[in-house]
Design a protein around this ligand. Structure first.
Ligand SMILES: Cc1cc2nc3c(=O)[nH]c(=O)nc-3n(C[C@H](O)[C@H](O)[C@H](O)COP(=O)(O)O)c2cc1C
Length: 202
């Protein structure tokens, strides 16, 4: 059986991947069918023990206004004297047409520690970002104080064993959001030999 070997230049999909600032993400957002396909991609994230330790909350349309109210109230509690910061938090959910909140659900397991489950949820989030781009959409992964604020957790219906991994802001990117210079991976890569010699590089 012949094996399909991807061409080296197919990797540009990954090397040129970049986030798009939330303010540069506009309508149209993925429609229901596209969103379903995008979220399906998250399920193939690496997942030790197949626990599927994550879930998603889709926030769009009028619900973004409610999230803006929540972000404002939470910011007012965290930093009551910072009116500029409070206004900024209120504005956040309104910047992009669609937000997918990725939530890690930590499942009690003697074998699979919490960190691995959170990493799986993070990989799920990254799969969503890549799937968005594959369909021509842009995205950015944001957290900030809201991701760790218990009043936000409560209002979004999180259980005690759940964490917000990130808010993925999604939409159609403005033209011109370019690729970034990422440096050279060889800079952070060494080939390990025994006994340890640190001066090898690939
Ligand atoms: C867990 C996580 C949380 C992040 N939270 C924020 C955030 O709150 N604010 C922010 O400006 N960038 C945040 N980022 C970084 C952006 O998602 C993005 O990676 C960054 O703007 C660099 O853009 P690039 O992905 O094109 O290199 C976060 C990234 C990760 C993985």
């Amino acid at each position: 059986m012949t094996k399909t070997v991807p061409k080296m230049n197919d990797l540009t999909f990954l090397t040129e991947h970049h986030s798009v600032p939330a303010r540069q993400l506009h309508e149209p957002a993925p429609d229901d069918r596209q969103l379903e396909a995008i979220l399906q991609c998250a399920l193939s994230a690496p997942d030790h023990g197949h626990l599927q330790p994550f879930r998603f909350l889709v926030i769009r349309g009028e619900a973004r206004q409610r999230l803006a109210d929540l972000f404002e109230q939470a910011a007012r509690k965290r930093t009551p004297d910072d009116e500029v910061g409070i206004a900024k938090q209120r504005d956040k959910p309104l910047r992009s047409p669609l937000i997918v909140t990725v939530i890690a659900r930590i499942i009690a397991s003697p074998k699979i520690p919490e960190i691995e489950q959170i990493l799986t949820a993070g990989c799920a989030a990254q799969h969503i970002q890549l799937a968005c781009r594959a369909l021509g959409f842009g995205s950015i992964w944001l957290t900030g104080g809201n991701a760790y604020d218990l009043s936000i957790h409560e209002a979004l219906g999180l259980e005690l064993d759940e964490r917000i991994v990130g808010f993925l802001y999604i939409g159609t990117p403005e033209p011109g959001a370019g690729r970034k210079d990422r440096g050279d991976a060889r800079r952070i890569t060494r080939e390990w030999r025994h006994p340890v010699q640190h001066d090898y590089s690939i």
